[in-house]
Design a binder for this molecule. Structure first.
Ligand code: SF4
Length: 346
């Protein structure tokens, strides 16, 4: 399979036309890709191929033309259009631990003849039996022995370790930008469908990053919340002197833990569970990475916006809540708010 990388060795879109369509499995959120790879399928994160598409804005409009409500989150509309655009035949949908929109989207896929495989995280991260049952059920539905997925975990742990080092260089040596950190960590949700090529590129990027001059910005901030849909947030922050050294959810996609089993790994992954385990992770990131402020990114029409008040109550740092609807560049009002926030932090 061919992957496309830009000059800075950052992962970009897989070339979808080169992939065997009957082996592609679209995923709507981070799921145990160890099972998908061990079953011989190619996981493709539908969020990534949507947001990286040059016509991502139009894909949102196309979904609305097809009947999805305007007041639904743009990620859902993008996932829908990406699935249609690339004629994806099989989708694993996260129906618990992400959002109810995904459950409804799964039903739309079913009504359009797309095969769907539901995957549910437990309500509580301590419910390991539920999680184990879900993992085994997913392996069964893809026709692979579960033990093969545990073997695949060891292989992918080595790939992820390289991304953990990229993350570490962002805040220790300051030789990785916030945007590069975002792209590498967010891409671990599917490893761009080819973990061997991904690993080789990550190793080359690491070599480059270890030898670079550090970023000179003195202001260190974090971005918490779901990955931003706007394309130039990181470059804009960098242009006004803010170094993003913590990308909360993207880092979670990279599974930054030392675990023995898939159950342990996906119990420690904070995104599907309550806000309190996310808060612990955020507090640790603030302390460890010496953050001066946070941007809490919230997606328009997303229930996770409600968490903003809990984060503000518990985090003793200046926070800017940034709400965005569609893909594209930051508008003037957003830029003004961000500039004022960064100026205030200084
Ligand atoms: S941003 Fe919120 S509403 Fe949209 S898919 Fe993600 S969890 Fe669901």
């Amino acid at each position: 399979m061919a992957l496309k990388f830009n000059d800075n060795l950052l992962p970009t879109l897989p070339i979808m036309d080169d992939l065997p369509v009957d082996r592609i499995i679209g995923i709507t959120s981070t799921i145990p890709i160890e099972i998908v790879f061990s079953a011989g399928y190619i996981p493709i994160d539908l969020n990534n191929i949507f947001v990286c598409d040059p016509s991502s804005y139009k894909m949102v409009e196309d979904a609305e033309s097809a009947g999805l409500p305007r007041n639904t989150c743009a990620w859902i509309k993008g996932i829908y259009s990406a699935t249609r655009k690339y004629s994806i035949k099989k989708v694993i949908s996260v129906i618990q631990g992400d959002c109810s929109n995904n459950q409804a989207l799964m039903e739309i896929f079913q009504s359009e003849g797309i095969e769907t495989i539901p995957f549910a995280y437990p309500h509580s991260k301590t419910d390991k039996k539920f999680l184990q049952d879900q993992l085994v059920r997913l392996a069964d539905s893809l026709g692979v022995d579960y033990s093969k997925a545990e073997e695949m975990k060891e292989r992918l742990d080595a790939v992820r370790a390289k991304v953990h080092e990229i993350d570490s260089l962002t805040w220790t040596a300051n030789t990785v930008t916030g945007e590069e950190n975002h792209i590498w960590t967010v891409s671990t949700s599917d490893l761009m469908g080819d973990y061997a090529v991904f690993e080789e590129r990550a190793a080359r990027f690491l070599k480059l990053a270890r030898e670079r001059e550090p970023v000179q910005h003195v202001l260190r901030i974090g971005v918490v919340g779901i990955p931003p849909i706007c394309e130039d947030l990181y470059s804009f922050l960098s242009s006004i002197g803010a170094h993003v050294v913590f990308n909360e959810i993207q880092r979670q996609f990279s599974m930054p833990y030392s675990t023995e089993t898939l159950v342990d790994q996906y119990s420690q992954y904070t995104y599907p569970y309550d806000i309190f385990s996310r808060l612990e992770d955020i507090q640790q990131g603030i302390k460890q990475r010496h953050l001066g402020g946070l941007i809490h990114y919230v997606q328009s029409f997303c229930h996770r916006h409600i968490h903003d008040s809990i984060i503000r109550k518990n985090v003793r740092l200046p926070i800017l809540t940034l709400d965005c609807d569609r893909p594209g560049r930051l508008d003037g009002a957003m830029k003004t708010r961000i500039e004022a926030f960064i100026e205030m932090l200084r």
